[in-house]
Ligand binder design. Structure first.
Ligand code: B12
Length: 213
């Protein structure tokens, strides 16, 4: 994707220009632009929407609109994304968004990417209580747990989820946390093993975990 297309797409998302974004995405897909790059450009636009919300330029309705725009971008790009991300990985990944958090766009991208690469994925949805992760992990015995969290107030429930999982499972379960604001410090606070703010990096971490088993 060239720089000007990337900038235009980012600006259209940040400007909540729904029709403009969708037209540009369609056009880009038709001309063979990598769907991963389309998602990345839109993700940057979403970050700007968040900044505008923080600055008081947008209200909650702006976040809602941005979520709706990205949902449609995902719908449009999903077939090309699945085609682009093929793999023959094996392993079970249990994912969900932390208790108290309802953001699910990033988690859905991770879900699509993991499945496309060949993983079995079970998605517990959003606002998942720690005990629900534990119950499902006990019956399904996943190889990896992935928890998504975008708001600061979700870090406590991520930490509780990790604590309960470690206490309940008879094997050491690798835990990855993901979301735009993740960093090493949050990872340590939560007691997770890995963190990322990039779905494909998450897939690579899962591949590495399975390979080293
Ligand atoms: C859209 C949006 C919403 C939508 C979400 C719609 C939906 N269906 O998800 C709605 C309107 C619901 C919403 C609500 C709120 N939001 Co909001 N939202 C956003 C926004 C603009 C974009 C998020 C997004 O989808 N990004 C695009 C995706 C693709 O990126 P991503 O999630 O980071 O995912 C990528 C990676 O991180 C990674 N990843 C994500 N999860 C995982 C998991 C694993 C396992 C792995 C491996 C990887 C991985 O893969 C993805 C692809 O690479 C962000 C801004 C931002 N900077 O993120 C604010 C933001 C997250 N929201 C924020 C806030 C404050 C709220 C509200 C509290 C607002 C309110 N007053 O009610 C509520 C919270 C509701 C709740 N209890 O959860 C703040 C959080 C600040 C904070 N420090 O806590 C942000 C940062 C905006 C801001 N800058 O102020 N929001």
């Amino acid at each position: 994707m060239n720089l000007s297309l990337r900038e235009t797409m980012k600006e259209k998302v940040a400007g909540l220009d729904e029709e403009g974004v969708l037209a540009l995405v369609r056009q880009s897909l038709e001309s063979g632009v990598d769907p991963v790059e389309i998602i990345a450009a839109c993700e940057e636009g979403m970050r700007q929407v968040g900044e505008k919300y923080e600055q008081g330029v947008f209200y909650l309705s702006g976040l809602i609109m941005a979520g709706e725009i990205f949902r449609q971008v995902l719908e449009l790009t999903q077939p090309a994304l699945q085609e682009a991300l093929k793999g023959d990985a094996s392993g079970r990944v249990l994912i969900g968004t932390a208790h108290g958090d309802i953001h699910d766009i990033g988690k859905t991208i991770v879900h699509i990417a993991l499945r496309s690469f060949g993983f079995q994925v079970e998605d517990l949805g959003v606002d998942v209580p720690p005990q629900r992760f534990v119950e499902r992990a006990l019956t399904w015995q996943p190889d990896v747990i992935g928890i998504s969290g975008l708001i600061t107030s979700s870090y406590g429930s991520m930490r509780e989820t990790a604590r309960l999982l470690r206490a309940a499972l008879s094997y050491p379960i690798p835990i990855i946390i993901g979301g735009g604001m993740m960093n090493e410090q949050i990872c340590r606070f939560v007691g997770a093993d890995y963190w990322t703010n990039d779905a494909l990096k998450g897939v690579r971490i899962c591949e590495e975990i399975i390979r080293s088993k």
